[in-house]
Design a protein around this ligand. Sequence first.
Ligand SMILES: Nc1nc2c(ncn2[C@@H]2O[C@H](COP(=O)(O)OP(=O)(O)OP(=O)(O)O)[C@@H](O)[C@H]2O)c(=O)[nH]1
Ligand SMILES: [Mg+2]
Length: 316
Amino acid sequence: MASNNFRKVFQLTDKNTIRWFPGHMGKGLRQMQQQLKNVDCIIEVHDARLPISGRNPDFKHTIGGLKPHILALNKKDLTDTSLNSKLISDLKRNEGIDHVIYTNCKDHNCKGTKRLMPLAKDLIQNSDRFNRGDSKDFCIMVIGVPNVGKSSLLNVMRNRYLKQPKAAAVGAIAGITRSVMNKIKVSEDPLVYMIDTPGILTPRIADDEMGMKLALCGCLPDHLVGEELIADYLLYWLNRWENFKYVELMGLQEPTDNIMEVLVSGAKLLGRTQKRKHFDGSVAVVADIQSSAQFFVKHFRKGYFGKVNLDAEFPS
Ligand SMILES: Nc1nc2c(ncn2[C@@H]2O[C@H](COP(=O)(O)OP(=O)(O)OP(=O)(O)O)[C@@H](O)[C@H]2O)c(=O)[nH]1
Ligand SMILES: [Mg+2]
């Protein structure tokens, strides 16, 4: 298939826009607002593969503003930061976020996570601490959308400064942290506490493509959007970048824009089949499309297709 025949836009056929705002998010947001008076600095964690998309605009109104705010673009190991410089300067100009740091919570030597604590201390010391002016300890609240590495970041800090094991549960699916946690000590001298919070999405993700980017990065539960749809967005995205590594991975002969072709081929290659019983009692063996889609998407998330930036403009 000639690459100029690939789709140039990704359209959702279902008119229901992507949304996920379970009860724990509304409650979490309220708890975060209540905690604000005890907080000196906000570290907002976001996925570096989507530096612009999907950040919760509600944070700006409910949480941001008065406290020093650092944006940690995490999972740096999975992204191509060279595609970001314009995006970052736009972010600084349009949103007034002056402090953007790339972090990788999987790397103990990450320069970004090492810079975070001294920067937070500096910002706090130079800020108006309002009611907390007399407090000797510093308190940092970690916020962000689901599955971006908020709890991981807290664990990295605690491990670095206190040599203590994990205090916050971490997991590869969205929605691991369900409520605002008690403050956790991460440093003794100076005394610094961090508050972990549940990932919170905006109640209505108005932009379909933004919803698909979030889904591809695992910020929503896969079953909610549908593994096959996420796989289709991935295929669209790879084709737009002429990244054809999927051809070999999924056992295809050549690039295609047809997701069913990709998934059936992948299922055959992997031997992933399902038995399906017909009304007359006969049993047919069919390709397990869902399992094949999971395999495809999982490879993206592990970095198989290289370092990516979902917000970078497609090459023309
Ligand atoms: N590759 C990579 N994976 C990371 C990094 N940081 C965290 N992860 C992984 O991302 C997943 C989510 O991490 P969590 O720390 O649970 O994320 P969270 O933001 O607390 O998620 P919720 O509590 O669900 O909102 C886990 O599988 C982590 O191991 C990173 O820098 N690079
Ligand atoms: Mg968490």
